[in-house]
Ligand binder design. Structure first.
Ligand code: CO8
Length: 258
């Protein structure tokens, strides 16, 4: 499918989706989010793809929802269209792992989009923020919920109430990003990480994603049971036999997603 606001490339087993609205710092408008949801669904359904990278430009991952598109809207329009609701739910439904590779600004909806991914690798130039308060609104696609779970209440309140930006080093220290790399190696690092994930059994990969995400949705005892049952279920797969035999035979495993 042809897209206007994103660029999609598939290399080996990795689909890279690049946000591409350079004149607007990759601000997220309805078209971009629709296209992104569609590209993610395509990647999810493409048997060749085993991991997805979402990225922006050197200057901006995304500087937030498109303020020009939103500024004149009424409550009735926002509510009736469930503005960004369908698209953001579609993004979160992606089953394959998504790595956000973030350089430059990830603000407002841009920070929220990065947090919808499974983990964030940040360039040392990355700047995260939830500055919606400066516009007389607040985060609307998960910022108050996901940032709080990732960095805790104190820092989340600080970010949302002051609108200040967090640099990459603070973001790593706070648990928002999994690692920080020099800007020039961001995409190589993301690609190498995605390829490493792509080598695993897709069965375990999808199970890991479901189990970790379940930690946000349920009690500890239910989550532990869910994880244990998934672990038991893996023993119905050929990949479990292959993975454990390969270890014992001191060779690398050849997973077949069976
Ligand atoms: N929307 C639209 N256009 C934008 C946005 C944006 N969020 N951010 C930047 N741009 C545009 C600018 O208007 C400018 O365009 P032009 O050249 O036509 O004037 C161009 O990008 C370059 O921007 P700047 O000249 O401002 O570049 P600077 O380097 O001086 O500053 C910043 C870069 C710091 C990123 C600055 O542009 C900025 O502060 N941007 C806005 C950040 C912001 O407030 N983000 C939050 C937006 S609201 C939001 O995300 C809500 C999400 C929830 C939606 C929920 C729906 C249910």
């Amino acid at each position: 499918m042809a897209y206007e606001t994103i660029i999609v490339e598939v290399e080996d087993h990795v689909a890279t989706i690049k946000l591409n609205r350079p004149d607007a710092m990759n601000a997220l408008n309805s078209q971009l989010l629709r296209e992104l949801a569609s590209a993610l669904a395509e990647a999810d359904g493409n048997d060749k793809v085993r991991c997805i990278i979402l990225t922006g430009s050197a200057k901006a991952f995304a500087a937030g929802a498109d303020i020009k598109e939103m500024s004149e809207k009424t409550f009735v329009e926002m509510f009736l269209s469930d503005f960004f609701g369908t698209e953001s739910q579609a993004i979160s439904r992606t089953r394959k792992p998504i790595i956000a590779a973030v350089a430059g600004y990830a603000l407002g909806g841009g920070c929220e989009l990065a947090m919808m991914c499974d983990f964030i690798i940040a360039a040392d130039t990355a700047k995260f923020g939830q500055p919606e308060i400066n516009l007389g609104v607040l985060a609307g696609i998960g910022g108050t919920q996901r940032l709080t779970r990732l960095v805790g209440k104190a820092k989340s309140m600080d970010m949302h109430l002051t609108g200040r930006f967090m640099d990459a080093e603070e973001a790593e220290r706070s648990g928002l990003v999994s690692r920080v790399v020099p800007a020039k190696s961001l995409m190589d690092e993301a690609q190498a990480t995605a390829e490493k994930i792509a080598e695993k059994s897709l069965l375990s990969t999808l199970a890991v994603k479901e189990a970790v995400n379940r930690a946000y949705e349920t009690t500890l005892s239910e989550g532990l049971l869910f994880e244990r049952r998934l672990f038991h279920a893996m023993f119905a797969t050929e990949d479990q036999k292959e993975g454990m035999s390969a270890f014992l035979e001191k060779r690398s495993a050849q997973f077949r997603d069976k």
